[in-house]
Design a binder for this molecule. Structure first.
Ligand SMILES: Nc1ncnc2c1ncn2[C@@H]1O[C@H](COP(=O)(O)OP(=O)(O)OP(=O)(O)O)[C@@H](O)[C@H]1O
Ligand SMILES: [Mg+2]
Length: 172
């Protein structure tokens, strides 16, 4: 996990999702002005942890979140120690597709893809979100952001999703 750069709040999928606690934490860290945008995406990403991270033999998984302001950006990280996003997508759509294609809703084979990640990628296109990183043991996909932005080399287990929102864009 990306412990070096965050002070992660540890949760377990046996507990209900507490988005109020997430919002309070985000505000404490300086995200109040863009709370609506980060709430919309974080709630989808966290729902995905509950829906997709547990596997047959592992019904509950540990998960983590943290937020921080970095210059003019607000960064949100959600991680879990479950089955892995690319492992899950490959199971659904085949392992021969590039990882980035698996995430793209426009691919004809992926017409039944869900709404959660589509909304995040749409906001990336609209520049309401400035960068997104998806990572699991099968690999890393980084979209947007500066080439110099630090990305952890790999993750041994589970899923890491990190997105950044420009702090000068207000949620409407
Ligand atoms: N934390 C995760 N662990 C494992 N797989 C994940 C995780 N997050 C997402 N996925 C995979 O990515 C897919 C797409 O997620 P997305 O949120 O776009 O759609 P969905 O959750 O299937 O549907 P919806 O969000 O509309 O309810 C999921 O179906 C799942 O296969
Ligand atoms: Mg979802």
């Amino acid at each position: 996990m990306w412990r070096e750069q965050y002070e992660f709040i540890v949760r377990n999928t046996a507990e209900p999702i507490d988005m109020q606690a997430f919002c309070e934490h985000a505000c404490e860290k300086g995200g109040e002005s863009i709370l609506k945008t980060i709430y919309a995406h974080a709630s989808e990403i966290i729902s995905n942890v509950y829906q997709h991270a547990p596997s047959g033999e592992k019904h509950t998984v540990k998960w983590f979140y943290d937020c921080r302001a970095v210059g003019n950006e607000f960064q949100v990280a959600v991680e879990d120690d479950g089955v892995g996003i690319f492992e899950s997508l490959m199971k659904s759509y085949g392992s021969e597709l590039p990882l980035e294609t698996l995430l793209q809703p426009s691919n004809a084979r992926l017409t039944h893809r869900g709404m959660g990640l589509s909304a995040l990628l749409r906001d990336l296109d609209l520049k309401k979100v400035s960068s997104v990183i998806f990572q699991s043991p099968s690999g890393t996909v980084k979209m947007g952001g500066a080439a110099s932005d630090s990305v952890p080399h790999s993750i041994a287990q589970g899923t890491r999703v990190v997105f950044t929102v420009p702090l000068w864009i207000r949620s409407i």
